[in-house]
Design a protein around this ligand. Sequence first.
Ligand SMILES: [Zn+2]
Length: 432
Amino acid sequence: MKRFVQLSFLCLGLMLASPVSMAQADQPTYIRTGKLFDSENGKMLTGYTLKIEGDRIAEVSKNLTVPADAKVVDLTGYTVLPGLIDGHTHLLTLDDLNDETPMADKVLFEGHALRTLRAAKRAKSWLENGFTTVRDLGDSGPFLDVALKRAINEGTVDGPRMFVSGPIIISEGGQVPGLLRPYREVIDEEYTIIRSVDDAINSVRVHVNYGADLIKICSNNSPNNTSLTIDEMRAIVKMAHRYNRKVTAHATSDLAVWEAVTAGVDGIEHGYQISDTTLTLMAKKGVVLVPTDISEPLFHKIYDIVDFQWDREKQMKRAKDQYRDRLQRAIKAGVTIVTGSDNYLNLEMPQGAAAKNVMVAYYEEGMKPLDILRSSTYLSAQFMGMENSLGVLKEGALADLIAVKGDLETHFSEALFDVAFVMKDGKIYLGE
Ligand SMILES: [Zn+2]
C-alpha cells in the first residue's frame, strides 16, 4: 500500500511537471549566422537564420520571424557549418609512437573495460573539435565500437555520432607480420580473420548480427604481406550489399586498390599508390577515395616524438609530393574525395584536433578550402547514404552544426581550429 501511494505521488508529480518541461523542450532555438556553408553546392551564404526544433533543423531562411521571447544563439560573428564528419577513425585505439608492440599492449594488457573508457574520452575530443559524426573502421577489439556507439546514443557519454564497422575482416595474420602460430588468438581478438570464401560470407553475417553499420576489409594487409583474394572480397561485398551495408577497403598499393574495386567495394581507404587506370575505374564505378594524408605540422610532431632528425625535410617532401600527386590525379579523374584522418597515434594533443590535420593536409596538397569542407560534410554523408540528414544545413536534417571564428576561405588552416560552437542532435556541447 505504501509503495502504491508513493507511486501515485510520483505519477501525480510527473503529470504536474510534464506540461512545463515539455514546453521547454519543445521551444525552438534560433541561430543567427554570419556566413553559412552550403555544403551541397560548396558555397558560402550570408544572412541566414536557422530554426532548430528538437533534434532537427526546422527551417533555414533569410526571412525568419524570431519571436521576442525565443531562445536565440547569436553566431553572426562566425561561419556556421554542418558538423564535420571524420570518415576514418579508430576511437578504440591510441598507439604510442615509441611502443614497438602496441597490438600486444592493447589486447594483452589494456583489456576491454579500460580500453572503452579511454575511448569515451577520446570520442569527446572529436566532438569538441567539431566532428559530430565519425565512421569508425576497426582496431576496436571485439565490437567495443558498437558498445561505445550505444553509450553515446543513449547519452551515457558525450561523443560524435558513430557509424561502426566492428573488427576489420582480413586474411591470415591481420596487420601484424610474423606473429607466431601459438598466439593466433591474440589476432582473433582484434580482427575477423577469414580463410575461405565461406568464411567471408559468414563473417558479414556475424558483423551484421553484432551491430556493424558497414564492413571494413583489408585488400592488402600492409605492413603484413598477406591479402584477401578477389573471390573472398567479392563474396563479402555481395553479402554486405544484401544487408544494405557499404564495404570499404584498406588498400595501399595499386594492385590492392584495383582488386578491391574489381570485387565491387564502395570505398578505398589510403590508396597511397594508385595508377591513372585504376582511378578511372574508380570514377566509373563511383568508388570514393579516403586519403588519410599527414599534414606538415603533424609530420614534424611525429619526427619530434620519435626523435628522428635524419633527412626530415627530404622525407617529408617525398611523402607530401606523393600524396599531392595522387590526390590531384584522383580529383582530375573525377573520383569523389571523402575526408578521413586515420588518427590513432599519440601525438601529445587532443585526438580530435590531431584528426582535423587531415583537412590541413588536403589544403597543403592543393585542394580548395570549400572543396575540403564539402568532402568533410556533404560528400562524407552521401557516402554513408545519409545526405538528407547529415552533412547539410537544410530543413529536416539533423541539427548537427558547428561555428568557427576565423575566415575559412582566406585562413583555412587557422580558422579550422577556432571552433566556438558545437551542436549535435539539437543539443549544445560547446559554446553558449
Ligand atoms: Zn585506419
